[in-house]
Design a protein. Structure first.
Lengths: 419, 369, 506
């Protein structure tokens, strides 16, 4: 017994000692500055350094609980030149009082200029090294410098930055205006070296340039013209990455089609407009929804590789400015169906042609389907998707099922009203 | 401590086996496998499983032939004092080094993934302290704890896997045969030793209620382990694709950091405790195994008293390699390669010797008599 | 082991020799036929002139023409019955042929010669009648201890089901149990377990169910007690339990006769004592502390709903504060961003680290709880209001603690009340503090380490040879009444871990 007692005492005092001296990884929540977003720009005239921007959230802003709550700003932004964005927290801490942490990091933004740089890939891979950086954070490309982007961005209603970004990116993806762009996807696609990666494209500056042409969906970030008392930042379209380097940007419409053609993504529904087949002056609004899984059929082994894509869609026509009588007239409905089918097919074919000719590979994730045709990795690597894709024959057929014609399907006859 | 020894039932036994061997899928074993067989890594557990049936079957034949004799005593009986001492010493060495390497890896996982500033010795010390405490409680207690926690551990793994499948992409499994059919089979069989722990399970034979429970339990846990391993390895591929997964040190932990469930963006807090419990129980079992072997080899009757000192020495041995993530990874890889043939040939050899000695006939005669 | 035993018996001897050697030898002898001598003996034994409530009355029985003496303690006897059934029949007897046994009209009467036995009977409230020339005493049952009537349960309240509780009289308690088990196989054995105060212990069991080994084990342990007094079961519990330093209870303590009876029906052993408004149930498993009797009185879904609530409450109590501290100080990246920022915002002006903050609040909560228990009842509600409302509210407003911590601690404290058993309640509360320590030291790692050790400890506990977590593990045939219960019709087995002679309930 005495031995046991002594042992107990020793263990207890050791534990007490540990408890008093321990707590190495302990960090109090209120003593940390939470970085919500990191921006990476090219450092001016310094080849091997980058300009880092931190968007830091202030937890006290907007808090109504007792103990918190004050008139403080919701965010803090700091930009500086550093070697990379792992150790840069220390530099930033010479200005910011609280310990900087990436625990709440939700996104990494990169300026278009830097993303188009060959060296870009070297810096972005730092994200896999830092323990705190999760793999599912968002990846976005800004048209201007990220420092400017973060500073100009000033949401009015969602003052907490993480809330704002989470909401706007989510709505954007649901509407199909931006792709779902996560960092681990970027790494995966870059490593697989077959597909294109689509990143979120955004800008906080409106371009002076007039809206191009007739279709409001043919725009990318910075081209949406709006007025009023609101934030200037817009998330529109996607940035195209090939082998870890940005090569182009896609418009809203192209982004939507790319999402639609991607068998791995499960998009919700899109709203879009097409010319009215009965009156060229008007456009009809359609609601596009996937009707069953995308069918991609590939013949890769013999001769010229061939891809057949069947896109089953449900279309709801929501506006009818030409006031055509669809509900009662089957023929008109058929004509409408055909016209939608034609124009959609044409759009899709255009996009595919663009990817084949301009980008030399596709952003649709088709290579994953192609992989199923091979039994070993070496066969697949020898096939070299990126080389063979541009020369493939692609056939797209859009299968359309007309859905509802809005809440109220019938409309009064314009002739009768104007009688 | 002098409590009457109770024999453990099938539930406890299966839980022990699963925690002892199945927990491997959460450390760096998958990444060792993925390194050579790439996206066909999920086949390795199955192929190995098919091969492993042979040694386990032979061993089962030999050991169950004797009532209430564990593997060590059977070896004594079959090979005579000297050779059996050598064989068991080899087994002990392999087991001890496996425990040292594995605990070092688990400490490294905890250290790098969750407690980066805490000194290794503290993490290691706590880990081994808990395990030594658990092991010194006795075998039936380990079995009981294993059974209590097992359903929850399996549940948490299942949840993780379901979420992974939901967020992953099954197309990543293709091309189906990865680096090529022959390559897969060859590389897999070299890593047969992922099941080598089954050898040590036979040390528990006298503690199990009866030989029927032992047989049934061993095969049941074997099947469950194979299924668990290959499904989770497939799930790792679903989420990361083969190029990324080859670069990950600890895929399970990357998985639980990546998956999300509704509003819960970060789920690792949910999975970490379960994984920790599994590791604690796992190393308690290992410590007990080592203690049994040690006690048998050096004729120490109350081998439970060895456990604290064994645990202490493991901590100090495990602390030796620097930059553990790489050093230990290599050590472990080599260990796996070395142990594979041992695991395959030892049971066959035992069976042959037993056959030549005419042990089976004796047993039959005894039954008749 | 042997050494210790020897030492024990040795010690016993020494003690005995020291304490009133003379009196003991005297007590072991028989009484004298001479009435005068007997009276003097008992007068000296009971310090007759000093002891106010010891009554000695000498009478002359006319019929048989003998002197007699009645000896009793009047505070624990029923004066009416002495008057009506002993004194008056004796005095009015005129029949010379009648024996003393026939004259006295009381229900129970025994004769005894040994002084020590007679003394025991007198101490138990019986009346001793000494008759001149007879070498034995008549012991007449007339005891009447003061005590409460059967009242409602105080601690283990139920909404549906019997409301009566044990009281401080063992006889009443036995009667309450007999009321539920009307069977000849129900045995109430009595033992004297202390040397000086000579406290009675009643061992209640069903003889065709209980495991003989278990019964012997209990008896041995009770008999090996070497103490002067064991006033009640709460003290006895501490004498007979195996692990005295353990935070886990191994003997169940219940004040409900229905609960005790249902345990007896399952082959358990129940201990009763005077002065204890409760019973001890042996052996006890973790589940018996976790269950209440109401879950079987309620219908299957309702009962299990309660069980579900209780198991959740158990885990909430154990883990809320420690998980909060672990997550906030070590694993902040695991908290959803909105919540983390909310926590950070409220903690902004709090001067203490999160661990200290939670400790402070836990301490305050336990204080309120303890104070509420001890405070005289008229002030009780005031303390509750001051404690809960003013303290919490003011602490938050003064930025001493953050509002979230108040929620966390209050939730944990509230949930702890769902564990009804007082011993298990303490276990959980102490366990919660230990886990909190572990969590503030090493976060989730420390928390899990301690929890795992706790489970290892729990499975190694045995209560009278029964594993603490059985039948969960090790497995035993039983009705599977663990976290959830089955439909009554499917509960056909008695728990196998108490090894009943008849395992089937029908």
């Amino acid at each position: 017994m005495p031995i046991r007692k002594k042992l107990g005492r020793i263990i207890f005092s050791l534990l007490a000692l540990l408890w008093l001296s321990g707590c190495w990884d302990q960090k109090e929540v209120e003593e940390q500055a939470y970085v919500i977003g990191i921006g990476i720009d090219k450092a001016e005239d310094q080849e091997n350094r980058v300009k880092i921007t931190y968007l830091i959230s202030n937890p006290e802003a907007g808090a109504t609980a007792q103990g918190g709550g004050s008139g403080e700003q919701p965010r803090e932004i700091i930009s500086f030149v550093a070697d990379e964005f792992i150790s840069s927290t220390n530099l930033a801490n010479s200005v910011i009082a609280k310990q900087i942490t990436y625990d709440l990091l939700r996104m990494i933004a990169v300026s278009e200029e830097f993303a188009r740089d060959e060296q870009f890939i070297r810096w972005i891979y730092d994200a896999t090294k830092a323990m705190e950086i999760k793999r599912d954070i968002k990846f976005l490309v800004t048209k201007e410098d990220t420092a400017t982007f973060f500073q100009t961005n000033n949401p009015i209603l969602e003052t907490r930055p993480h809330e704002y970004f989470e909401k706007i990116l989510n709505t954007g993806f649901n509407n199909g205006t931006i792709p779902k762009s996560e960092l681990n996807q970027f790494f995966r696609i870059t490593e697989a070296d077959a597909d294109l990666f689509l990143g979120i494209y955004s800008s906080s500056e409106k371009e002076r340039r007039q809206q191009s042409g007739e279709d409001p969906h043919q725009i990318t970030a910075g081209e949406f013209q709006f007025e009023g008392e609101t934030n200037t930042t817009q998330f529109i379209g996607s940035a195209v990455f090939k082998e870890g380097q940005m090569i182009d940007s896609l418009t809203i419409e192209e982004t939507r089609l790319a999402i639609l053609l991607n068998p791995t993504l499960k998009p919700g529904f899109f709203l879009g407009t097409l010319p009215d087949p009965f009156d060229e002056t008007y456009r009809i609004v359609i609601r596009v929804e996937n009707n069953g899984p995308l069918k991609v059929d590939m013949k890769l082994k013999s001769g010229t590789p061939n891809i057949d894509v069947i896109v089953p869609l449900t279309i709801e026509v929501l506006s009818n400015h030409s006031m055509t009588d669809y509900p009662k007239d089957a023929e008109k409905r058929n004509k409408l169906k055909k016209s939608i089918q034609e124009s959609l097919t044409k759009k899709i074919e255009d996009l595919i042609r663009k990817t084949q000719e301009e980008y030399k590979t596709e952003p649709f994730g088709w290579s994953l389907i192609a992989r199923k045709k091979f039994s070993t990795l070496s066969e697949w690597e020898n096939f070299d998707w990126m080389k063979t894709y541009p020369d493939m024959n692609t056939n797209v057929s859009v299968q359309i099922k007309l859905g509802k014609f809005g809440r109220q399907s019938d409309l009064p006859r314009i002739e009768e009203i104007r009688d | 401590m002098e409590q009457s020894k109770q024999l453990i039932g099938i539930k406890e036994y299966v839980a022990i086996a699963l925690l002892m061997i199945g927990t491997k899928l959460t450390d760096d074993t998958p990444s060792i496998i993925f390194e050579n067989v790439k996206n066909a890594g999920w086949m390795t557990p199955i192929i190995n499983g098919l091969i492993a049936i042979i040694p386990i079957y032979f061993l089962m034949k030999v050991v169950t032939n004797y009532k209430s004799k564990n593997l060590a005593e059977v070896t004594d009986h079959l090979f005579g004092k000297f050779f059996s001492f050598l064989i068991l010493l080899l087994l002990l060495a392999v087991g001890l080094s496996a425990v040292i390497i594995d605990t070092a890896i688990y400490t490294d996982i905890i250290g790098t993934m969750y407690f980066s500033k805490t000194p290794t010795i503290i993490i290691y010390g706590i880990l081994m302290f808990v395990c030594a405490y658990g092991a010194s409680r006795g075998f039936e207690q380990i079995g009981s704890v294993a059974w209590i926690v097992f359903p929850y551990l399996q549940g948490s793994l299942l949840l993780a896997l379901i979420l992974t499948i939901g967020q992953g992409n099954t197309a990543f499994l293709f091309p189906l045969f990865g680096p090529g059919t022959w390559e897969v089979v060859k590389e897999s069989s070299l890593k047969l030793s992922i099941y080598a722990d089954f050898l040590y399970l036979f040390l528990f034979y006298p503690y199990i209620k009866n030989s029927k429970v032992f047989k049934k339990g061993t095969w049941l846990s074997f099947i469950l382990i194979v299924i668990n391993m290959s499904i989770s390895m497939a799930c790792y591929v679903f989420l990361f694709d083969y190029q990324s997964i080859m670069q990950l040190n600890y895929p399970y932990h990357e998985v639980i950091r990546t998956i999300t469930f509704g509003f819960m963006i970060n789920m690792e807090a949910l999975f970490l405790p379960f994984w920790l419990i599994a590791s604690f129980v796992r190393f308690s079992i290992y410590l007990y195994v080592i203690a049994i072997l040690f006690g048998h080899l050096f004729k120490i009757k109350h081998f439970e008293y060895l456990i604290p000192s064994l645990a202490t020495s493991i901590v100090f041995l495990g602390m030796i390699p620097e930059s553990p993530t790489f050093a230990i990874f290599n050590l472990r890889e080599n260990l796996i390669l070395i142990v594979s043939p041992l695991f395959f040939f030892l049971p066959c050899l035992m069976w042959l010797v037993a056959k030549l000695k005419g042990e089976y006939k004796n047993a039959n005669k005894k039954k008749v008599g | 082991m042997l050494n210790r035993l020897l030492r024990k018996t040795h010690r016993k001897k020494v003690k005995n020799e020291q304490s009133s050697n003379e009196k003991n030898t005297l007590k072991e002898s028989d009484i004298d036929a001479n009435l005068e001598n007997t009276i003097n003996l008992f007068k000296s034994l009971y310090s007759y002139s000093d002891n106010q409530d010891v009554i000695l009355r000498t009478i002359h029985i006319p019929g048989i023409n003998k002197n007699a003496a009645i000896f009793f303690i009047n505070t624990i006897t029923n004066p009416m019955s002495i008057e009506d059934y002993i004194v008056s029949p004796l005095l009015q007897n005129n029949d010379a042929t009648k024996q003393v046994e026939d004259i006295i009209t009381v229900q129970s009467m025994k004769t005894n010669t040994r002084i020590s036995d007679i003394v025991t009977h007198i101490n138990n409230g019986n009346t001793a009648l000494f008759v001149d020339g007879e070498k034995h005493a008549y012991l007449i049952g007339s005891s009447n201890f003061e005590g409460r009537a059967v009242e409602k349960t105080q601690n283990e309240n139920v909404v549906k089901g019997p409301k009566e509780a044990f009281n401080e009289k063992a006889a009443t308690n036995i009667s309450l149990i007999r009321k539920k088990i009307k069977s000849e196989s129900l045995v109430v054995e009595s033992l004297i377990i202390s040397k000086r105060s000579r406290n009675d212990l009643y061992i209640v069991y069903e003889k065709d169910l209980v495991d003989d080994k278990l019964l012997q084990n209990v008896k041995n342990r009770v008999n090996s007690l070497d103490v002067d007094a064991v006033q009640n079961l709460s003290l006895l519990e501490q004498h007979i339990e195996e692990r005295k330093y353990s935070i886990f209870p191994t003997v169940l303590y219940t004040e409900r006769p229905d609960r005790a009876a249902s345990f007896i029906e399952d082959g358990y052993i129940v201990l009763l004592m005077d002065n204890s408004p409760d019973s001890l149930v042996l052996p006890a498993t973790f589940w018996s502390f976790f269950h209440t009797s109401e879950e079987h009185y309620l219908r299957f879904p309702y009962g299990n709903f309660t069980r579900l609530l209780r198991i959740m409450a158990l885990f909430i109590t154990l883990f809320t504060s420690s998980v909060y501290v672990a997550v906030v100080t070590y694993h902040s990246e695991m908290v959803p961003p909105d919540l983390l920022l909310a926590i950070a915002a409220t903690r902004e002006k709090v001067p203490f680290p999160a661990a200290v903050e939670v400790f402070l609040m836990e301490f305050a909560f336990e204080l309120i709880r303890e104070a509420g228990l001890r405070v005289p009842s008229p002030i009780g509600p005031t303390i509750g209001i001051v404690g809960a409302l003013i303290l919490g509210q003011a602490a938050v407003q003064a930025n001493i603690v953050s509002p979230i911590v108040v929620i966390i601690v209050a939730l944990g404290g509230l949930s702890s009340f769902a564990i009804g058993d007082i011993s298990m309640n303490f276990t959980v509360r102490i366990g919660r503090l230990l886990l909190l320590f572990a969590a503030s030291f090493m976060g989730l790692f420390g928390l899990t380490a301690l929890f795992t050790m706790g489970i290892f400890y729990m499975v190694s506990i045995k209560s009278f040879g029964v594993p603490y977590l059985s039948p969960l593990t090790p497995f035993y045939a039983s009705s599977g009444d663990k976290i959830f219960r089955k439909v009554l019709q499917k509960e056909i087995l008695r728990p196998g871990y108490v090894k009943p002679k008849d395992i089937k309930k029908r």
